[in-house]
Design a binder for this molecule. Structure first.
Ligand code: NI
Length: 273
């Protein structure tokens, strides 16, 4: 069994090594004297019973997490669960979504099955699967492009596999940059691009959760057809508000997350700046 701290460290290392802009943002916060505490980490997977949410959540459950909420995203054809750590209130929530492959074309379904078939047996059911990245071999750019026409989520997952799709900074713990508005203004001034699908800020204080994110940077990925630039991961920011009992709202808002998912969409000018 891998401990919570080791698991989070492996995920952070994998995430920052592939997405240098995330480390730049992290370093900018630290340079401002801020303490960076993670609100949540998110993962993507297929609903194949060999790699679905129930499988990917295993290392977290063993490390002290329990299931807390379920979400459905009709338009994007996703189902998700969130998990919280029992005992460590500073541990990030874990949000895992899975693509409902049965609602897509035979091409997408078969591609998903073929990917899972190609996972080495030693990784199926292993704790390290969740930070192993692409475990089905060098992707095809043609397949990636075809998947994206049906689901940007599927295209991203096909190329990137199992890893944190994003970490999320808890704005509640920031001292100077203590609102989403301030965080967004700070990052824009530093040359980052905020995902403005559905507005730069998703959610409202009345909904008890506000979120924003920078758009994924373009990363170089080796495809069968050669090296290409495609969107990588993104960094998210969340501010939670207390409910009438004075307790910070712990869950997620489906309609906000729906727009946040689009941070990895392949759009013109995805590059920072
Ligand atoms: Ni998120």
């Amino acid at each position: 069994m891998i401990s919570k701290d080791d698991l989070l460290l492996k995920l952070w290392e994998h995430y920052t090594s592939q997405n240098p802009s995330v480390k730049q943002v992290y370093d900018l916060f630290i340079a401002e004297g801020e303490e960076v505490v993670n609100d949540h980490i998110a993962f993507r997977t297929f609903d194949d019973p060999r790699v679905n949410i129930d499988v990917l959540s295993q290392p977290f459950l063993k490390a002290g997490y329990t299931e807390k909420g379920q979400y459905t995203f009709e338009a994007k054809k996703l189902f998700a669960k969130h998990f919280e750590h029992q005992g460590d209130p500073l541990a990030p929530r874990v949000f895992i979504s899975q693509l409902k492959t049965g609602e897509f074309s035979p091409f997408l379904r078969e591609t998903a099955s073929r990917c899972v078939d190609a996972i080495p047996a030693s990784l199926l059911g292993a704790d390290e699967l969740v930070y192993s990245g692409n475990v089905w071999g060098t992707p095809s750019f043609e397949i990636y492009e075809t998947l994206r026409q049906e689901s940007e989520y599927a295209g991203w997952l096909y190329v990137n596999g199992f890893q944190a799709n994003h970490f999320t900074v808890s704005v509640n713990f920031l001292k100077k940059l203590d609102s989403i508005q301030k965080v967004n203004a700070f990052l824009k001034e530093k040359g980052f691009r905020i995902n403005d699908s559905g507005g730069e800020i998703k959610g409202t204080p009345a909904e008890l959760l506000e979120q924003s994110s920078i758009r994924s940077e373009m990363i170089h990925v080796r495809f069968i057809e050669g090296l290409k630039q495609i969107p990588g991961c993104y960094y998210e920011f969340a501010r939670r508000y207390p409910d009438t009992d004075g307790r910070l709202y712990p869950g997620f808002i489906a309609k906000s997350a729906d727009k946040i998912f689009e941070s990895t969409d392949f759009v013109d000018g995805t590059k920072k700046g």
